[in-house]
Design a protein around this ligand. Structure first.
Ligand SMILES: [Zn+2]
Length: 479
């Protein structure tokens, strides 16, 4: 297997203590998001869940009846998003200290460059980062020029039949040839996107997870050999693309799935729901019924990270709130139900489901669900997340490998945890975002599903862009 560790997940994020994490570094950070597509609101919300001290969204876009999570908005989408956040998030937290600014500006105008330069220069945060999520060549050029005027770490996302993230500041340290290649790569991709049949809006969640992972870890930085746990060593990536060699291309046509059960309404479940809703609204997914299953109630530790629960929901059933909000997130007429129960209590009702998506957080629960899926020949999306890495796989009965064979699920054991420690900082969410999105995109979002396991890690151990490793299989495992 070479030097990278495959299937290295041992424990899940809620079972971890994050001793080396310094949330104050993020509180002292200003993030400047440059955007023109309404779906960039997803990145703004994700950045809030991460807990940056100050976030600017630069650019504007008028919308009508646009879904900001579970609310309809009309007007400037970024101002509406900030209003949404104030209404559903800030007022429920005692120590809320995130400052949000919308800079309503035409980025193509001559005065824009100086104005934005001044805003960034005058910002007093210790750390500043620019993230360009725009979909327009002129705005990409704007960001490029901005970077030459202010030496602030800059990340650029380009959407085209997928997405590519460039750590621009890292790239600019490389050879002129490398820089030239990147410039022409960005140019070609942005141009090609104009004629691509694959939509991009359902890729903003993945763009958020991947870019925030890079940005946050860069800010946390400075890990040494003495830090507890070797897994926390972050290696920056110059570029990260999806899909890539070994990963099936994304689909442009609708996928029909009669009924979907989402098991686990935690961090993964939250982002599965957002990914599914976006695809339903883009007509990439047609479904008649979605059921959310979770026995838990929403508590304070879920609140900032699991963005669907924003609002007065503490103490309510996770499954019920998620079902209600999911209904509010989609335009289509889908029957959305919930079961406030453990999987094994209600599994007999799930035998006719067309797809199960699990986002539970123990190996024991994952085994139970995978056992049920293989026994009843029900397709299953299965994923697991640790702090800086995760994996996902898709079981299609008699077509792909099941999790017992692909990730050796039968042998996985949960660690003994004495304390019910859920000491999770708000920021530990980007890996959940990336994995939830990848899991949906490589299975039902792909033209042909991936037969295998996609591993993702911020540690820099994997061969594809330092971030990914694909364990591919051929034909079926027999299940
Ligand atoms: Zn199998």
């Amino acid at each position: 297997m070479g030097e990278f560790q495959v299937g290295s997940i041992g424990i899940f994020d809620r079972q971890l203590r994050v001793s080396w994490w310094d949330q104050r570094k993020l509180e002292k950070t200003s993030l400047f998001i440059i955007a023109n597509d309404p779906y960039s609101y997803i990145s703004l919300i994700s950045a809030i869940a991460v807990g940056f001290g100050r976030i600017y969204i630069i650019g504007s876009r008028q919308v009508r009846d646009f879904k900001i999570l579970f609310k309809n908005a009309s007007g400037d989408v970024f101002r509406e998003t900030i209003k949404f956040v104030e209404e559903h998030f800030g007022r429920y937290l005692d120590n809320y200290s995130i400052e949000l600014n919308s800079i309503h500006i035409n980025l193509a105008s001559e005065s824009a460059l100086n104005l934005v330069k001044n805003v960034i220069s005058e910002d007093e945060s210790e750390n500043k980062v620019v993230l360009d999520l725009s979909t327009n060549l002129n705005i990409k050029l704007f960001t490029w020029r901005l970077r030459s005027l202010i030496k602030v770490p800059t990340y650029i996302v380009v959407f085209c039949d997928g997405l590519k993230l460039y750590a621009l500041s890292e790239i600019l340290h490389r050879s002129t040839n490398k820089i030239r290649r990147v410039v022409s790569d960005i140019f070609v991709r942005v141009q090609r996107q104009a004629t691509s049949r694959i939509p991009i809006e359902h890729l903003f969640l993945l763009a958020s997870g991947l870019s925030l992972g890079e940005i946050v870890m860069q800010i946390q930085g400075g890990f040494t050999e003495e830090d507890l746990g070797a897994y926390m060593k972050f290696t920056p990536a110059l570029e990260v693309a999806f899909p890539f060699r070994g990963i099936p291309p994304l689909r442009a046509a609708p996928q029909r799935i009669k009924s979907i059960a989402v098991v686990g309404a935690g961090a993964l479940g939250t982002f599965y729901a957002i990914q599914l809703a976006t695809m339903i609204n883009l007509k990439l997914l047609e479904t008649r019924e979605v059921v959310f299953i979770d026995p838990d109630r929403i508590d304070q530790t879920n609140f900032n990270r699991q963005v669907i629960y924003w609002g007065d929901t503490i103490g309510l059933s996770k499954a019920e709130v998620m079902a209600e909000r999911f209904q509010g997130m989609i335009h289509d007429n889908v029957l959305v139900r919930y079961e406030e129960a453990r999987f094994e209590e209600i599994k007999d009702k799930l035998k006719d489901m067309t797809l199960i998506i699990e986002g539970v957080d123990t190996w024991a629960a994952r085994k139970e669900i995978a056992g049920f899926a293989t026994e009843n020949r029900i397709p299953l999306i299965s994923a697991g997340v640790e702090l800086l890495h995760g994996h996902e796989t898709f079981y299609l009965p008699l077509r792909t490998y099941c999790p017992f064979h692909s990730i050796n699920l039968g042998e996985k054991m949960d660690p003994q945890i004495n304390e019910s420690c859920l000491n999770i900082q708000p920021s530990v969410i980007f890996t959940n975002i990336a994995i939830a999105s990848l899991a949906i995109l490589t299975s039902i979002g792909a033209r042909e599903p991936l037969n295998g396991v996609l591993y993702y890690s911020l540690e820099g151990l994997y061969p594809e862009y330092r971030r990914f490793y694909v364990q591919e299989y051929y034909e079926s495992c027999g299940h």
